[in-house]
Design a protein around this ligand. Sequence first.
Ligand SMILES: C[S@@+](CC[C@H](N)C(=O)[O-])C[C@H]1O[C@@H](n2cnc3c(N)ncnc32)[C@H](O)[C@@H]1O
Length: 243
Amino acid sequence: MTSLNGDNKARYVSDMFDRISSRYDLLNTLMSFGMHHFWRKKATSIATNGLTNAEVLDIATGTGDFAIELASKPNVDKVVGLDFSINMLRIAKQKSDRFPYPRRRELYWLQGDALALPFPSNTFASVTVGFGLRNFADIDYALSEMERILIPGGRLVILEITPMNSRFPINKLIKLYMNKVIPIMGKLIARDIEGYTYLPESVEGFLNADELASAMKHVNLDNVNFRKLGFGTVAIHYGEKTK
Ligand SMILES: C[S@@+](CC[C@H](N)C(=O)[O-])C[C@H]1O[C@@H](n2cnc3c(N)ncnc32)[C@H](O)[C@@H]1O
């Protein structure tokens, strides 16, 4: 992938997810050895614990697993899953049509851009992003948008792959897996080597866990912290809008 900015990156990313949508879930499971379900469950608890009748937005919802997990919580009343790839959203909708979440809970799928969220300020009790942030063309702006639409007391929870320090042998092995094995799996299963070469490249260029925490504080989120999972390959960052 050559260096992409702004509209070019948005078009590149949405075309890529439109192309790989039908194989995305299978590849996610193979690449993470099924751990992605467990990571989303953890992030969902952090996003929803202690809330009542909450309205939640899941940005870059893709095929909808995070939004559906959120909608399964008894203290969540309404979930909106937003993404700019229509093919990913189509699969999310098919999945939620089959999912037996209680009727009184509302779950909506919405096509939209994380950099221009179509909601007024102070709308959601919780905002989540799963494996989406590193794809955004302007991360600082996306974070400020998320902060804007949270209600005072609301929380932002980000689940994302995090660049690793390759001093440790296990990290060298994981890097080898991401750089060499994942593109081959992408080629064989999704028939799209470009999409799965983009994955390790997008992680390499992304903020490390401390830098992401600083970026969250920069948009006025408080009580920012993170937890690493999956041998340090993944982090859940969380922060609150206190004012
Ligand atoms: C790796 S998938 C993650 C999907 C899902 N959240 C999950 O946990 O599996 C990234 C998603 O982000 C979406 N995306 C990337 N940039 C976006 C943007 N600026 N606005 C909305 N969606 C975006 C892509 O279309 C894709 O569906």
